[in-house]
Design a protein around this ligand. Structure first.
Ligand code: GLA
Length: 395
């Protein structure tokens, strides 16, 4: 929805006038390359989208947080002195988890009437949950600072970490930091080269020499929590334990080079675990190579690494599945497509494709038709712009 419409809806629901309304927003993300590396202390290369969560809200004078969304009938009323007790909500747990994590860190949570509007499609693998978390963190942290008379700007990396903590501890999904970091720290037209070992980062202009980024949503519903995501994490932990026997100084898989891995991989006694670790080590290396290619203006080479990333996620990490593979296979048949891969956790969600602008219409028609024929699902396509990270929108 347009911001004016969200504000009108807020006023219809909560009454009052516009004068004391505040607006906060934070985007979803696309990860260009570096998948399932973040929780291994590796490299990622995500970018913030212009699709986002927008919160229109107003402070209250009591201890209540009231949550509503523009596309849901649910109304959640929570007591801020009791925030640990809302973990089982079907909707609202991300928001209250963030408020709870802020409170644990000493933030002064104030009551508020809130209306959420999400333009990141839910379950699309484009981090609708991180967008909600980071927007909520910015909102409550801003209100807390105002109440405490603190004037300094928010630390956006902290906002990302709080979003991740809410998802890990409150929602129960053991995700890494990539999504929240991209949502909080995104920058227009740039991707973020992030080292997840230490959160050091650099912006890199995502200059694709006129090519476009096309997102294709499988519309297969995936649920990270109950999926194989946590299983993959523990396989990586096991693999790292094997490798440590030969590399005792290493702190995480992200510390291990391709050469060190090749010299020690015989220590991994479990074949499945070996496949998973092979993906992580080579994917990490691909992030570095693909950024070099991008910096050299070699978009074809950049896109080649994108293709390799998908193939590795399909064959070694085994998180793609029929829907994502079908979208990628069909995409690669279209003239004008340079590269295509799944983005995010996998098991459903979306793909990202680098494509000549002139090929987009044909892509949407042919890939859409063939995808439906092969899977029975209807895909959605978005030509994506790269936007800024989370912030307050001043009216
Ligand atoms: C999800 C998680 C991220 C990351 C990706 C896979 O999006 O939230 O932390 O692990 O999967 O790269």
């Amino acid at each position: 929805m347009e911001l004016n419409q969200i504000i009108d809806r807020f006023l219809e629901i909560y009454g009052g006038d516009k004068s004391d309304i505040r607006v906060f927003a934070s985007p979803g993300r696309v990860n260009m390359i570096g998948e399932h590396t973040d929780y291994n202390g590796g490299f990622v290369f995500p970018a913030a989208l212009t699709m986002k969560t927008t919160i229109v809200c107003r402070k209250r004078n009591d201890n209540k947080i009231v949550l509503r969304a523009t596309d849901l009938p649910d109304v959640v009323e929570a007591d801020i002195s009791n925030l640990e007790n809302y973990k089982d909500l079907k909707w609202g747990d991300y928001q209250l988890g963030v408020a709870y994590e802020l409170q644990k860190r000493g933030y002064n949570i104030v009551g508020a009437d809130m209306l959420y509007d999400d333009s990141v499609p839910h379950g699309s693998g484009l981090s609708s949950s991180a967008a909600i978390e980071v927007a909520t963190a910015i909102c409550f942290a801003t209100f807390s600072n105002e109440k405490n008379g603190i004037k300094k700007e928010l630390d956006m990396v902290e906002m990302a970490l709080i979003g991740q903590a809410a998802e890990n501890n409150y929602v129960g999904v053991n995700c890494g930091i990539m999504d929240q970091f991209a949502s909080a720290m995104g920058k227009k037209d740039c991707a973020i080269f992030l080292d997840c070992k230490n959160l050091e980062y650099k912006y890199a202009k995502l200059d694709l020499k006129g090519k476009k980024i096309l997102l294709s949503n499988t519309n297969k519903k995936h649920k990270l929590g109950e999926s194989k995501y946590n299983e993959r994490r523990s396989e990586c932990e096991r693999g790292f334990e094997y490798l440590k026997q030969g590399l005792p100084d290493k702190k995480c898989l992200g510390d291990i080079s391709v050469e060190e891995f090749e010299a020690n991989k015989h220590l991994i006694k479990d074949e499945i675990v070996l496949k998973r670790i092979t993906h992580v080590i080579y994917e990490d290396d691909r992030v570095l190579k693909s950024i070099d290619a991008l910096n050299n203006g070699d978009i074809e080479l950049f896109a080649k690494y994108i293709n390799q990333s998908h193939d590795s996620l399909r064959d070694l990490y085994e998180v793609t599945g029929n829907e994502l593979d079908t979208l990628v296979d069909e995409a690669r048949k279209i003239d004008g497509v340079l590269g295509s891969r799944m983005t995010g956790a996998g098991f459903g969600g979306s793909t990202v494709t680098i494509i000549e602008e002139g090929a987009i219409d044909e892509f949407i028609e042919k890939v859409g038709k063939n995808y439906t024929e092969k899977t029975g699902l209807v895909a959605q396509f978005y030509v994506s712009d790269i936007g800024d990270g989370g912030r307050e929108i001043l009216l």
